[in-house]
Design a protein around this ligand. Sequence first.
Ligand code: KG4
Ligand code: ZN
Length: 348
Amino acid sequence: MSDEPLVLGIETSCDETGVGIVRGGTLLADAVASSLEEHARFGGVVPEVASRAHLEAMIPSVDRACETAGIRLADVDAISVTSGPGLAGALLVGVAAAKALALGLGKPLYGVNHLAAHVAVDTLEHGPLPEPCVSLLVSGGHSSLLLVEDVTDTVDPLGSTVDDAAGEAFDKVARLLGLPFPGGPYVDREAKAGDSAYVRFPRGLTGQRDLARHRFDFSFSGLKTAVARWVETRERAGEPVPVADVAASFQEAVCDVLTRKAVDACRTRGVDDLLIGGGVAANSRLRAMAEERCAAAGIRLRVPRPKLCTDNGAMVAALGAQMLARGRTASRLDLVADSSLPVTTVAG
Ligand code: KG4
Ligand code: ZN
């Protein structure tokens, strides 16, 4: 068996309780318990409900991960945990659990940044990260373009959303169209049967004036409003809403902006590798458009499989393993959960 370190990673920044186990760059277990169903009737994640669910799922998830990996807790060489950004109460559960494990086992603790973990997870599927790389992280909670020089140390934000996250826009538009929560996968599915050129929805922050100040930033709230107005106008006129066509047209606008800005970021920074992560990276149109545009621009594209793109513990374990491999200092046991941990702080 490889003598690479065995790392257990804990993720609780939103509604997924994730416990992952890796040995070096190899994924051994990825236990995820989601409280999504408990939030569905509210149309969004309720922080208190998420915290309580983490508390209930933590120990069973740790047990399940160890069982799947075929290891005993005592075999673990280090514990890593998302210390931010995310929901304060939810993060607290993961950080407290990680500290208890580290202390109980006498092993080092690594508090890590959730966004950097979304980048590091790709090592489990595609091997060592090309550094520097540009990373487009798009989920229900974040939409950022990052320049990753060293995933364990130097991550620079190039831009982020000025209002809604990309996944949030998918969820809100899905709601407008009468689709279930979380809406992304349903919009994706509907869009397959729709005409993406049916309505030309606005592409936020892509005009000349906006580009001067917000070249790598995103804005999706104007797009969401445009979809709402369009649907309302149809409904007021007593006409049916062509759900598939609206879904496809909306999705086209989001994917167009995301891929255009990501490719522009690579070109501007002279970087040849783009990595896409976060729940929205599961979107079929985003993947296809990114492939086309990266190929045309001579950029290598890496997108982890969907299960690794959404929040999970394996990504935290993967970053912990990188921290160990690169000799980074472990966190202290008074590590705090920081709901607004800046992306530039990789180690909590
Ligand atoms: O990364 P994630 O699981 O959790 C957050 O950190 O938010 O991302 C969830 C988001 C949701 O907004 C969901 O609608 C979106 O990712 N999503 C998708 C797709 N699958 C999930 N959006 C568009 N197309 C998809 N296929
Ligand atoms: Zn995330």
